[in-house]
Ligand binder design. Structure first.
Ligand SMILES: Cc1cc2nc3c(=O)[nH]c(=O)nc-3n(C[C@H](O)[C@H](O)[C@H](O)COP(=O)(O)OP(=O)(O)OC[C@H]3O[C@@H](n4cnc5c(N)ncnc54)[C@H](O)[C@@H]3O)c2cc1C
Length: 380
């Protein structure tokens, strides 16, 4: 299969390459190796928004570019090929805005989406708690009615951009109601206490936050959609975002393969390029084969999404396989590069190794993807 199943994809790849050379490579190392406390790259985030990447597949009437999901997935794949952590900046903006676009009323959409789509305001998807990760429905954060507001107390953790977010799409229980709901929360209030989590292994350009909520006030009209539907909104958002994580994996795996092919042609051992050795050829053949399968699964899922068909199982299959493929390909790339892979000053492989690892964890672990797939295949 060609990398492109649609001619528009090559245009996107070329556009991202140009952006990467101008805006990403000059800051990539600095953002990855910034000493603690790490700072969120606001200026770069705004640029990513201004060129239309965050709102790529968002509706034009809400400030987006109105592209298809396939085009958006290609964008994420290509950004992550050049720098996965910077690609993640864009993907998180899209993830956190998705529930507003799909479940909020028109008033809330008009109020919040255009600024999120264009990078003017930073949104976060605020679901995970210290004791509610895979078991996301086990929320302890509670909203209590107080006149024309709700007052929210609780704690959230591992929230991408949670340390700097200006808008939180926050999931929690509502006192007196059995199921989880969701609110759009403006974070510029003293009760929203956010910090940047330290010593993150990879994806360092995109910071991750922990949030304590102490009497956070949210107007009643900022309820997202309907009461009790928060879990469904979160899971629908994650179904879509999982194709994005699969695309992150494809981008990283492609980079690992390309670096390995180039290196194996120039590295001489025993008087010949190591690319002539069958041991190296087999590693490259395995990487290329898995990468192709990962790309097929990812495109299959996103084509279903573009057609408006069910894609939950396919999204989980794509995420599971593509993220494990990224892990496999980067590991093989390190083997092919030997010491020059392990030491970051010689090649991008060390950074790829750190960046890819979280793909099997966030937006549902590989084990959770297997649960979703089995549930679809066997039936519940
Ligand atoms: C860098 C980063 C960014 C993140 N960004 C966000 C964000 O923006 N917003 C947000 O809300 N969350 C975010 N998360 C949270 C992420 O989605 C969770 O970490 C993930 O869902 C796993 O939850 P957990 O860490 O609590 O692990 P746990 O749920 O405690 O899982 C621990 C282990 O048990 C396994 N396990 C758990 N339950 C089962 C089961 N039923 N069957 C089989 N195995 C099981 C898991 O697969 C895992 O191996 C982020 C996490 C990280 C690390």
């Amino acid at each position: 299969m060609s990398k492109n199943i649609d001619p528009r994809q090559q245009t996107i790849r070329d556009m991202v390459k140009e952006f990467a050379e101008k805006e990403m490579y000059p800051v990539s190392k600095e953002l990855d190796q910034m000493p603690e406390p790490r700072k969120f790259p606001k200026e770069l985030y705004r640029k990513i928004g201004e060129v239309g990447f965050i709102g790529f597949n968002m509706p034009k009437e809400l400030g987006g570019s109105g592209k298809s999901h396939l085009e958006y997935i290609t964008l994420v794949e290509e950004l992550c090929y050049h720098d996965a952590a910077i690609g993640l900046l864009c993907a998180v903006g899209e993830l956190a805005t998705f529930p507003i676009i799909h479940f909020a009323n028109d008033e809330l959409k008009k109020k919040y989406v255009p600024d999120c789509a264009t990078g003017k305001r930073i949104p976060a998807f605020v679901l995970t708690e210290p004791n509610a990760g895979s078991d996301a429905a086990n929320q302890s954060t509670v909203a209590v009615e107080d006149g024309d507001h709700y007052i929210i107390n609780g704690e959230k953790i591992f929230i991408m951009h949670g340390d700097v977010a200006e808008i939180g799409v926050l999931f929690c229980k509502v006192e007196g109601k059995p199921k989880m709901s969701a609110f759009i929360v403006e974070t510029d209030q003293p009760g929203w206490q956010a910090r940047t989590l330290k010593n993150k292994m990879g994806m360092r350009a995109a910071t991750t936050g922990g949030i304590i909520l102490k009497d956070v006030r949210v107007p009643k009209e900022n309820l997202l959609g309907e009461f009790g539907k928060g879990f469904r909104y979160a899971m629908t958002t994650l179904d879509s975002a999982r194709i994005g994580v699969a695309a992150q994996g494809v981008g990283i795996a492609q980079r690992a393969l390309d670096e390995s092919v180039a290196y194996s042609k120039k590295r001489i051992a025993f008087g010949q390029p190591i690319a002539k050795l069958q041991a190296i050829q087999w590693m490259i053949a395995n990487m290329a084969t898995r990468l192709e399968a990962a790309r097929c699964l990812t495109y299959q899922a996103v084509l279903l999404q573009d057609k408006g068909e069910r894609f939950s199982k396919e999204a989980s299959m794509a995420k599971l396989f593509a993220t494990e493929t990224a892990n496999f390909c980067v590991d093989r790339a390190m083997q092919i590069h030997g010491g020059y892979g392990f030491i970051g000053e010689f090649s991008p492989i060390e950074k790829l190794y750190r960046d890819q690892r979280v793909l099997e964890i966030y937006e549902g672990t590989s084990e959770v993807q297997r649960l979703v797939i089995a549930g679809n295949v066997i039936g519940r």
